[in-house]
Design a protein around this ligand. Sequence first.
Ligand code: ADP
Length: 426
Amino acid sequence: MGGLYLGIDVGTGGVRACAIDAQAGIRGFASVALPAPRVDGNAIDQTPELWWQAALAAIRKLGDTVGLGDVTRIVVDGTSGTLLLVDAAGRPCSPGLMYNDARATREATRVAAVAPRESGAHGASSALAKLLYLLSHDYIGDARHAVHQADWIAGRLASHHGISDENNALKLGYDPVARAWPPWLDQLGVRDDLLPEVQTPGTPFSEMDPQVARSLGLPPTAQVAAGTTDGVAAFIATRADQPGDAVTSLGTTLVVKQLATQPIFAADQGVYSHRLGERWLAGGASNSGGAALLMHFTAAEMERLAPQLTPDQPTGLDYYPLPKPGERFPIADPTLAARVTPRPVEDGRFFQGLLEGIASVEALAYRQLARLGAPRLRRVIGIGGGAKNDAWTRIRHRVLGVPVSVAEQTEASYGAALLALNGSPP
Ligand code: ADP
């Protein structure tokens, strides 16, 4: 099998494009920045045309270094929960309400009254709350489709609108278990015909629009396939692909995600699952993590203390680091206080105690997912600022009891390109 496969990631700060060959080898990346969205209190929106222009520019930039005449398939991922209304021809009838827009508080209350607890549509930044907001604020006009950011970019590449995927559709209320739009959406007055047709991520739904293809130097036979969210694309980029494979993000917070063979939902702990074909990506987020470390040390101090760490000699300090009281997962307790005493005099030892504490929270998180139905943990791939700390990786290996590695790739655009190549999620 020859050909090239393109992944386009419409992320928070810009658009990145990645081309891979049939062996998943990276041929090139290109990126184009996006301007900051308009912020007015908790209203955060952007003109969708900016995303389209940035996507075109990123593909052209990629085309400057990688010949795109051989492209077989394209997949677009976007920020999760970013939504707009478009007319039958795909022209925007509303601004793009960004993933972190939280103006739809009243609408979130209406959703909460009818949606089951495990629905992905809860909260003021859910795509469904945004859709209800747009419908009650005269944006309806000629609106024919409610679409997410990735849906719309893919729709423009194909001149075929109203297609979404099972990952983006989750926050619009889609039921990934029943593989259907749930009946309770009727009670909210959401017209069936506004809801996108939902496909499995990676499923081709159209050839490219011939004019768009020509202007970008792509063959008109190139297929556009259903996309995913930026978070799922970043998971796919790590090459985790077997049930039990997990990805831990050691950023500001500690986020765990694991490939599972059945869906896992625990609304009280914020645990939910994305459908990946016949598999599931279960995930949960702890408030422990990098922000809790920054309460005690700067990044430069952590760097300086790293050589003093002794991963094979545990401190025995039994910490639960948190930046402020309150935890949701793996322990659902809104008042849980950080446990970071007694503090040894040596900074290096204290730092190690904190890292061990976070590793224990990570292990507890995976045990909790297993209790909820996840398969036995097989291996953990690390991403985020903390994953680069080698001594911490060794501590985590000891505490987790499975191989722990650092992701070679974390670019969502690479994950989208893998989806384009494979035609289905891992
Ligand atoms: P985010 O994208 O969530 O902002 P990053 O992935 O950039 O986070 O990671 C930043 C986090 O990495 C910080 O909160 C910091 O505590 C942590 N960090 C930075 N340097 C180190 C280090 N040497 N060891 C462990 N953690 C570190």
